[in-house]
Design a protein. Structure first.
Length: 599
């Protein structure tokens, strides 16, 4: 007895050691925040199974790792509250009730979506820092890529929970691609009836079998299968004969597909007949946000025919439903899903106008060069040199003489006058308008701001000078209609217009008004910013006038032409738009999966 006990202990220790060697080990844990996503990256020494779940009521994301071990240093919590992302704290610990399974509890500031990626012995959890970063298209694409990766690794979705008979039989009764884990057997028969082959598989594998009489009427079968799992052999035989299996414990009942369909039809008919005898109950549902008329029309399709009733009380906004308990529960789940707040969308826009101007003037002014010549006065009577120079740094280039020289008499040259202009000017300006408006989903909203100015205008009528006061108005307006999609994005129909004053040409004229507008439809992710319009305009001008031929002479040609006066101007208009859903959780958009409400 002692020797047997020692052998059992040794075998048990060996098994434990072998099992522990099969466990993966965590080699690193890193947290990275990149832009609008945060990443938890876990390195392991070999591939392992990871599962991601979200608990909305606790604002948590749970990551479970199967058959994984870690050193004590990896069980320290990670405080990410100082970061600006959506994660507040990450807590790793051993999963309760399991020795070699680990769990990472990720505490969120708000319910956002996440993705799980496993590649090259690395497990990565990607979490959006604000709801809407991941579009539904991206989530579906990730699920598709993960499914393809599982298929390539031969990690089928339909895998028995264990190698027990009951679990293998349960897996066989499912439809889809399966993994076969049964003990390998070989069958080599010639012209043998189906029931005999099924009994051979059952006797070899140790489960009980019930065979319908119609199976016995099928044509005999010839098989030559060597060293294959018995569940795969059984699945192949059932496919060849179009057979269907039902499990009751460790008993497998096999029948033909046609007979199973008839039995199912009879069962549904009996179930429908039982509903006519099932007692009716009455339930009052208070409706907060949905339309009573629209909701009652939807629920009518789920009501029991000729028995169920739905009544509306518009005063208290209640629905009174009378139906069976099963239908009442189904309607309850529908109402909880549909009776949510209408999404409220805040639209922020920025209209940025920038303008730059540059002007340079160099040369003779408008008076040009003037002089006189006296050839008759005797030389002895000519005056000595006399003259004066003046400098003016006026800011108005068009009307000011900046350097003026006058010489009364210079020998026979008299009344020499010239004005030299030299000036450079540069101007920059920026105007920012930022209208904001909030509205419900599918509801139009408009916000506008107007500015009115008064101008004095002088007019002459029949020699009589009259002064009049005229008023001009400029407006900035935003008209938008948002539509929240099922993917969490926002489709916008936008009309933006802006008008403003420009400079007056003269004091007696009214200023010009420049208007800009954009009308478009655009799809934007929640909280993202998009440029919906831009206008870029440049103007370069250069005017040259003077005396023909003389103005083109080298060196002295500048004496016979106007001042060198190039002008440059640039105007730029950009419109930014940022929509944001402010009640996404209350409106049921945090996890918008209506197909999974179980109705």
């Amino acid at each position: 007895m002692n020797i047997k006990r020692i052998l059992l202990v040794c075998i048990w220790a060996f098994a434990l050691n072998a099992f522990s060697q099969d466990s993966a080990k965590i080699t690193s844990i890193n947290f990275i925040q990149e832009g609008e996503t945060s990443k938890l990256i876990i390195g392991v020494d070999k591939e392992t199974v990871a599962q991601l779940n979200q608990i909305k009521q606790d604002k948590q994301i749970i990551l479970d790792l199967s058959n994984v071990k870690a050193e004590e240093k990896f069980f320290r919590g990670i405080d990410t509250s100082e970061f600006s992302g959506s994660i507040d704290y990450i807590s790793p610990y051993k999963k309760p009730g399991s020795k070699n399974d680990l769990r990472f509890a990720i505490q969120l500031r708000d319910n956002v979506r996440s993705l799980l990626k496993t590649k090259n012995n690395k497990i990565t959890v990607i979490i959006e820092n604000r709801f809407g970063v991941f579009s539904q298209r991206k989530l579906n694409q990730e699920k598709k890529e993960n499914a393809v990766a599982l298929t390539e690794k031969d990690e089928k979705l339909l895998v028995p929970k264990s190698k027990e008979i009951v679990d293998i039989l349960e897996n066989l009764t499912q439809s889809g691609v399966k993994r076969y884990v049964g003990k390998k057997i070989s069958i080599n028969v010639n012209n043998v009836p189906y029931p005999e082959i099924l009994k051979m598989i059952a006797n070899t594998s140790g489960f009980n079998i019930i065979i319908n009489e119609q199976v016995r009427q099928l044509q005999p079968l010839t098989l030559s299968l060597t060293n294959l799992p018995w569940d795969r052999v059984l699945d192949t035989v059932m496919d060849l004969g179009n057979l269907v299996a039902f499990r009751r414990g460790n008993i497998l009942s096999i029948t033909t597909e046609n007979l199973a369909r008839e039995d199912r039809k009879k069962s549904l008919e009996a179930e429908q007949a039982n509903k006519t005898l099932e007692p009716l109950v009455t339930k009052i549902f208070p409706i907060s946000y949905a339309s009573l008329d629209e909701l009652s029309e939807i629920l009518k399709d789920y009501s029991t025919k000729e028995r169920g009733t739905i009544q509306k009380d518009t005063r208290t906004r209640n629905l009174i439903v009378k139906d069976t308990i099963e239908i009442i529960e189904r309607m309850k789940r529908i109402i909880e899903t549909l009776d949510t707040q209408t999404p409220q969308v805040l639209i922020e826009s920025k209209i940025v106008e920038a303008n730059e101007g540059y002007e340079f003037r160099a040369g003779l002014g408008s008076k040009g060069l003037s002089f006189g010549y006296d050839p008759l006065t005797p030389t002895s009577d000519l005056d000595s040199n006399e003259g004066s120079f003046s400098f003016n740094s006026a800011t108005d280039i068009a009307t000011s003489d900046f350097l003026t020289a006058e010489i009364s008499v210079f020998k026979r040259l008299k009344d020499l006058t010239f004005s030299l202009q030299l000036m450079e000017s540069e101007s920059k300006g920026k105007i920012i308008s930022s209208p904001k408006v909030i509205t419900e989903n599918n509801q139009s909203a408009t916000i506008s701001s107007s500015e009115e100015r008064s101008f004095r205008v002088t007019s002459v009528n029949n020699g009589v000078v009259a002064n009049e006061i005229q008023k001009l108005q400029t407006t900035v307006s935003l008209d938008v209609t948002p539509k929240v999609t099922n993917e969490g994005a926002i489709a916008l129909k936008v009309d933006i217009s802006k008008s403003g004053f420009t400079g007056q040409e003269t004091a007696d004229n009214l200023p010009n008004i420049v208007s800009r507008a954009v009308s478009t439809n655009v799809l934007v992710d929640n909280g993202s910013t998009v440029v919906i319009g831009g206008l870029y305009q440049t103007e370069d001008s250069k005017v040259e006038a003077g005396i023909p031929f003389l103005k083109d002479l080298p060196l002295i040609g500048w004496l016979f032409k106007n001042a060198y006066n190039p002008k440059k101007s640039r105007n730029e208009l950009i419109i930014f738009l940022t929509p944001r859903i402010i009640n996404q959780e209350e409106a049921g958009l945090v996890n918008n999966e209506l197909s999974n409400i179980g109705i």
